[in-house]
Design a protein around this ligand. Structure first.
Ligand code: ATP
Ligand code: SF4
Length: 341
């Protein structure tokens, strides 16, 4: 599978100088064409900051302080999204990537019909389309997300939460993007509805060929719907690999803890255990492995040395982990004795 988006050593701060905090720390991650990549981690682990950083939609005082985001278009030369001018960036966002934010379903314009909002997006970004072409595209995309043509004239308040969320997904897809980023798009919905929308998204991905980054704190949802999963803790990716491997054999104790925090949506019931303690304070990170104060398997080395993400010695090359229980042959190490910001 070839790559569509390559995040290299991305670092993001909120604020600079002594009061700044590093919310994303040296993250490298690749999204392949046509895949669903799940990004999981507790609240505050940096998932949204990573997504906003990649698309350069960070709200102030967020600032990208290092790294590259290489986009590989289907036709054309790769380029660094972080180097685009404002004008190039606007074109890139709409034509190639789409984001569905947390609570997006409440951001529909209450005084415009569903059809009008989708048509406006097309008018603004694909002005060459004729009126009938736009109408056809709007009907097609609503049909894809399971909303019938008779709803075209509805206003947002006339739709259920699930339907509004589907309209937001239709908004994201109407310009036929290559990458769709979904940041907890279904948390306001019940579990059955979340599942329905996610399974539909996977079907759409097959029909339309886009790639998806799906962000959630609920790992059990990802296990079912993603091809690959990356786990974030304290601003870093601590494990990544095929969804099935991560579910059956999590390598990082934090991944195992997250898996034990949610009931599986399918299969046998598991006892829920959760993770003791709370996520780290970004302005006073623990030395060494930042998970060590909460880790049931921590040992001396964990408290002073930072494990770097890399392939573990005995796993397939598709897996990566940052944990001293799984040192890789090529895995480097960095000694962190101070408290990095
Ligand atoms: P959630 O699941 O709650 O959305 P998340 O994993 O997406 O969490 P982020 O929202 O990316 O995490 O936040 C990462 C860290 O950055 C948090 O510790 C948060 O306190 C900090 N942060 C986020 N936004 C700001 C801001 N505007 N100013 C300062 N710090 C911020
Ligand atoms: Fe636990 Fe040590 Fe692995 Fe960190 S490096 S997750 S503290 S065993």
């Amino acid at each position: 599978m070839n790559e569509v988006l390559e995040i290299r050593n991305l670092t993001v701060h909120y604020g600079l100088g002594t009061r700044g905090v590093r919310a994303v720390r040296d993250v490298s991650l690749t999204l392949h064409r046509g895949e669903v990549l799940g990004l999981a981690g507790e609240s505050g682990s940096g998932k949204s900051t990573l997504a906003y950083g990649v698309t350069r939609l960070l709200p102030p005082p967020g600032v990208i302080t290092g790294g590259q985001v290489i986009y590989h278009p289907q036709n054309g030369e790769p380029f660094d999204v972080l180097k685009l001018t404002d004008r190039q960036l606007r074109a890139f966002r709409w034509a190639r990537t789409a984001i569905v934010f947390q609570g997006a379903m409440n951001s529909l314009n209450p005084v415009h019909t569903v059809a009008a909002q989708l048509t406006d997006a097309l008018t603004a970004h694909e002005p060459v389309l004729t009126r009938s072409q736009k109408a056809a595209r709007v009907r097609e995309v609503l049909d894809l997300v399971g909303i019938s043509a008779e709803r075209l004239g509805s206003y947002p308040h006339q739709l259920s939460g699930g339907m509004r969320q589907r309209v937001m997904i239709a908004m994201a897809l109407v310009l036929r993007p290559e990458v769709v980023i979904m940041d907890e798009p279904t948390t306001a919905l019940d579990v059955v509805m979340q599942r329905q929308i996610l399974s539909q998204l996977v079907v759409l991905r097959e029909q339309m060929g886009f790639s998806v980054v799906f962000i959630t704190h609920d790992l059990s949802l990802l296990v079912e719907f993603s091809d690959r999963i990356a786990i974030m803790y304290g601003g870093r990716i601590v494990e990544q690999g095929p969804a099935r491997d991560l579910y059956t054999d999590p390598l990082h104790p934090y991944s195992a803890g997250l898996l034990g925090s949610f009931p599986p949506l399918r299969g046998p019931r598991r006892e829920l255990t959760g993770i003791p303690g709370s996520p780290p304070d970004l302005s006073a990170m623990p030395t060494g492995c930042s998970f060590h104060p909460r880790c049931p398997q921590a040992f001396d080395k964990c408290r002073s040395r930072l494990p770097v993400l890399g392939p573990p010695a005995l796993a397939t090359e598709e897996r990566e982990v940052a944990c001293w229980l799984h040192p890789g042959e090529q895995q480097g190490e960095r000694q962190v004795l101070s408290m990095p910001r």
